[in-house]
Design a protein around this ligand. Sequence first.
Ligand SMILES: Nc1ncnc2c1ncn2[C@@H]1O[C@H](COP(=O)(O)OP(=O)(O)O)[C@@H](O)[C@H]1O
Ligand SMILES: [Mg+2]
Length: 315
Amino acid sequence: MAECHVNTLKPGDPFRDWLVEEVMEHRVRDKNCCVKVFKNGSSSHTVCRYHFEGENFSVMAKFFAEPTGRLKNYNACKAMKNEFKKLELAASLINVARPLAINKEFNCALVTEHIPGKPLSWYFKSEKNLYEKLTGMSHMLRKLHDNTRSSYNKENEFKNYHGVLDHLTLDHSTRETFNRLLGECWYSDLLDRKHGCMIHRDVHPSNYIFYKGQPYALDFESSWFHANPVRDLGILSAELKNYFEQNKGGGGKAEPYIGHFLWEYSGGDEKNFMEITKVLPFYMSLGLLRSARLHHEVYQGYLVREAMACLKAIR
Ligand SMILES: Nc1ncnc2c1ncn2[C@@H]1O[C@H](COP(=O)(O)OP(=O)(O)O)[C@@H](O)[C@H]1O
Ligand SMILES: [Mg+2]
């Protein structure tokens, strides 16, 4: 992602001093070093990289009290603590940007280790070893899901789907059709399962970075517990389809990648694969609607139609 140098902090700057003297106490050798600040160009909060001059590492800070996206009035302090806790839990299971500190005095800053590397979105674009990267993604998500088994909240899955629909201004008949199709899913056993688990939930390709061949997950702000694991798979599949539709001459060209990703996730077990692919259209449709919110009218119309077609294909 594009980042630009915006400042250089010298000793005496309160945030720099906190980073050097408290957060990175044992790692920064020269306590008088300057810290270069690089602002991340595309995020829903102010997110900056802090590079300690003369050292070969950086940290990232996400300022929850400075949202740049649509959500302006939410509890920044609560959101900061929530992401810190979820990152800590996930860090015990998979590779994540390790959480280092939080501080509400600095616009609710969450400091994490900086992961150098390329985001999954870079591999969508170049398709360089994309199959291999998706294998890495599938194993990471499987590990997160398998090791956080809990009870399952089916109601929440539907409540959230309706919430996503509420954010789109759909005409009455389109919304009614979605309501009917969702009602049919609700009364079928499609989404029934014994267990839920922790999911990442924001499976956007900018939220994963590959470092030394391994994926690292970022951005656990909207992660859920008691959730359906297929949701993470559906959102990533929708992101692939959406990206290929927009940039590679057709969403259909994403299908081999989606198939590979799901097959790897199911560990080559045919029964498991069938179970996942049965539920997948529900979450792919949700993923397409989630993206629809960010697009202009014509493309939004396409995504809404595709999302509806996914739901209709569930029988
Ligand atoms: N620890 C990190 N290492 C590397 N890049 C990061 C890290 N944290 C954030 N980023 C970069 O900043 C972007 C925005 O951060 P993120 O936590 O996803 O916030 P947002 O909620 O605004 O999406 C990410 O997509 C990534 O490019
Ligand atoms: Mg993000």
